[in-house]
Write a protein that binds this ligand. Sequence first.
Ligand SMILES: Cc1cc2nc3c(=O)[nH]c(=O)nc-3n(C[C@H](O)[C@H](O)[C@H](O)COP(=O)(O)O)c2cc1C
Length: 201
Amino acid sequence: MTQLLVLHNSLNPSASASRAMTEAYLTRVRAANPEARVIERDLAADPLPHLPPEIIPSLFGQPAQPGLEAEAAALSDALITELEQSDVIVLGAPFYNFTIPSTLKSWLDYVIRGGRTFRYTETGPEGLLPPGKRVLVFTASGGVYSAGPAAAMDHLVPYLKVVLGLIGLTDIEVVRAEGMKLPDAAATRAAAIARAAALAA
Ligand SMILES: Cc1cc2nc3c(=O)[nH]c(=O)nc-3n(C[C@H](O)[C@H](O)[C@H](O)COP(=O)(O)O)c2cc1C
């Protein structure tokens, strides 16, 4: 059975373009594959805490002591297990202050763990997640960053590719709803939603 892990991050879900893209994609997936298991986490409504100091041993492959260290490790373990068991990871990624929302950064901080989701080798870091996973990034921004004068300020797509690649997620498809604060936003948004839905085909 296919499992999808969906992470929502918009602070404004009722008006959100990334959320609308995600919902359009999920609607199409559910219609085509009613058996698919979908795990949804709304990290904006229910944020993960910042990493606590007690997570340090687990992050570096050391055993966690009972108490706060074990609690922090357990949350990281649970999030990593969700990721390991999912075939498709859908990231709703609004463009906030030139990069991803801090809610998504917190999730990344829990799942990027030395000795568990990546390791260092003599030839560099190696991702340890099982191969074959697909990542879909549905991102929305007020301005335009895919090309033009602001392209150098896009710290979202390049960053996600680096950080996901570290743990072995390299099959990454990005759909952008850009210019959401510019004229023609409605048409651009509709086109992005259609492109997102088409990925479920
Ligand atoms: C906290 C915050 C920071 C933002 N920073 C940027 C930014 O750096 N560049 C930009 O083009 N738009 C920025 N925006 C606008 C959003 O990217 C835009 O509204 C986008 O549609 C948000 O995604 P959503 O529609 O899925 O909620 C920001 C919005 C918020 C709320």
